[in-house]
Design a protein around this ligand. Sequence first.
Ligand code: CP
Ligand code: NVA
Length: 310
Amino acid sequence: MSIQHFLSIADLTPETLWHILELGRDLKEEWKAGGNRPLLKGKTLGMLFQKPSLRTRVSFEMGMIHLGGGAIYLSPQEVQLGQRESVPDVARVLSRYVDAIMARVFAHAHVEQLAAHSRVPVINGLSDYSHPCQALADLLTIWEIKGRLEGIRLAYVGDGNNVARSLAFAAALTGIHMVAASPEGYALDEGTVARSRALAEAGGGSLRLTTDPVEAVRDADVIYTDVWASMGQEAEAERRRQVFRPYQVNAALVAQAPPDVIVMHCLPAHRGEEITDEVIDGPRSVVFHQAENRLHAQKGLLVWLLGAMG
Ligand code: CP
Ligand code: NVA
């Protein structure tokens, strides 16, 4: 039987995506009520990092602890993926010790290579292409706060990056109508648009690109932003600060949206760049609720992947 990995939201059907979200929601309710079922008792997650992290590392580690298992953090210096040892060899060895691997990498090809050579499920904990675990938490958050996903209007304002791409696939599969406003040259690529439209045939969502942030937020239920320069793009940060300035999510932009709009950000935030203090700390912001949901959504993912509840 082939191994189930979690490399991209686009690999899921709407049914599977909803199954993971429902597991996450149920586990969250149990945990909030003081319960913790040891569904992954004795199981271990190996966590490989090529980049820094707060949320991904701690939420996966705590998720495994809640479920009765454990997690091992492997720092960039330790494994030196693809440098000290080839990516396939890392997968071959690590997957003989642990029950699942979560990897945060620069090149998406590296999570694909890990999956191709692993005996156990591989989870993409962020690559230059996508951030599917973030999208799970984002969907859970919108679902909890707005009571539905179908028909939600989501305005993504900023870089057409890994987070935006996973969000676009997630929106397509769950009936969310997403508009992504990016400066020219920084929009989501054509392949992502095509893939998202194909997924929308099954899920009922949509994706539209624009360069106008005000037009994007006018009918929005959700405004979402992310950093202008992602990890690995530090050399471009200054140039990007100039290009993206009109795309800042500030009080003036939020005022163009309906009054019940919520504001999301995957974090870490560069306060004063893509989002102002006033907005991130303001009444429309749900960013810390969203950050907490990384824990709950990923518990659903782990339980699904490791087969504890089908
Ligand atoms: N949102 C997110 O993935 O945060 P970290 O980079 O801290 O893991
Ligand atoms: N787009 C950002 C997300 C960080 C969680 C990055 O890749 O750095």
